[in-house]
Design a protein around this ligand. Structure first.
Ligand code: ATP
Ligand code: FE2
Length: 327
């Protein structure tokens, strides 16, 4: 019998609990922190999570009906320290009081695993693009290796910074996407790819400055075109290098239709398949933590409490992938 796992996610603004078996999602409950002004304040987000975590977990357990839970998984990192600590404290308390194994999940790996599960794809190159993270990742020999990543801020944070400057509310990505639809022309902006890595802060600054000279729609469009072309280029080179035939999109920025279109074109040109999970599995969610926790519990030892400290800079390549064959 496969176990039933409760997973808790709360690395940034979304607090979410999911309950899954190997085949099914039994429940999911979420509470989202929305800053009144500006971007995410880590301390305020953590206070939000502390205030809602009991109700989010109870809601998930109640809606799962009559189930026996076999393990407690939580996002151990990467993410904002105060948020991670709030979630980890709840997970430890549940594990101790219910006498259940505790499983520390890498948040980036969870994005990949939920995508593999939902899209039925075995071995993709994953483009993980969210607020804080931007990485091109592929499995090789027991680890998820990072083939390319941002040298400064995540692409979502870059879009949100620009959006704040333009007077949009947080998160800014969706508004930039809709403004871009009215664009008339492309304005050249700094395209920064270094080896397999990329950088967004110079691009963001240049886009902000361009607002003094060009229309909002043209700048939004040009910012998207430039930033997306950079990450699609690196994804393409990772596909060429690894010779894999599938590309998986993960993270909240993956909601963007223009990004999807550019990736789909690249995949078609290379003869690769392109996979996009349902939107609810692309942003941060408790289901991905529960599902990855399940894979981990079935293939490795659970965490000891003394090893359960949070890791704000936890990288996917630090995780030994015990649930996949060594290839
Ligand atoms: P992580 O902890 O993984 O960094 P996160 O807290 O940033 O996650 P996500 O839901 O994965 O959360 O991503 C949020 C980001 O996605 C925000 O920066 C937001 O602007 C961006 N985003 C959402 N929708 C769109 C869109 N349609 N186009 C571009 N960006 C988008
Ligand atoms: Fe995420």
């Amino acid at each position: 019998m496969h176990p039933t796992i409760l997973g808790i996610e709360g690395t940034a603004w979304n607090l979410s609990a999911g309950i899954v078996t190997k085949k099914k999602i039994l429940a999911e409950a979420t509470a989202t922190y929305r800053p009144k002004t500006g971007g995410i304040h880590p301390r305020e987000a953590a206070q939000h999570h502390a205030a809602h975590i009991a109700s989010v977990i109870s809601k998930a357990i109640d809606s799962a009906g009559d189930v026996h839970i076999d393990g407690i998984a939580f996002s151990q990192g990467p993410g904002m320290g105060p948020c991670l600590r709030t979630v980890a404290t709840a997970a430890r308390a549940l594990s101790l009081s219910l006498d259940l194994p505790l499983i520390g999940v890498n948040h980036c790996v969870a994005h990949i695993e939920v995508g593999r599960w939902q899209c039925h794809v075995e071995d993709p190159v994953t483009l993980y693009v969210s607020g804080a993270n931007s990485q091109v990742i592929a499995y090789r020999n027991g680890r998820y290796r990072i083939f390319g990543e941002t040298l400064d801020i995540g692409i979502g944070n870059a879009l949100d910074k620009f959006a704040r400057h333009a007077g949009f509310s947080h998160p800014g990505g969706p508004r930039i996407e809709s403004e871009a639809l009215d664009a008339k022309k492309y304005i050249p902006l700094p395209y920064v790819v270094k080896g397999m890595d990329f950088s967004f802060s110079g691009l963001t600054t240049a886009a902000k400055e361009a607002l003094n000279k060009y229309s909002l729609a043209d700048v939004c469009f040009s910012l998207q075109e430039t930033a997306f072309a950079m990450i699609v280029e690196v994804t393409e080179r990772a596909v060429a290098h690894t010779e894999k035939s599938d590309v998986l999109l993960a993270g909240g920025v993956g909601a963007n239709m223009r990004l999807r279109e550019m990736l789909a074109t690249m995949c078609k040109d290379r003869g690769a398949r392109f996979h996009v999970p349902e939107k609810r599995f692309m942003g941060d969610n408790g289901v991905m933590i529960a599902y990855t926790g399940l894979l981990m519990l079935e293939s490795s030892e659970p965490l000891e409490i003394e090893d359960s400290m949070v890791m704000p800079d936890y990288r996917p390549d630090q995780v030994e992938v015990t649930w996949r064959s060594l290839t």
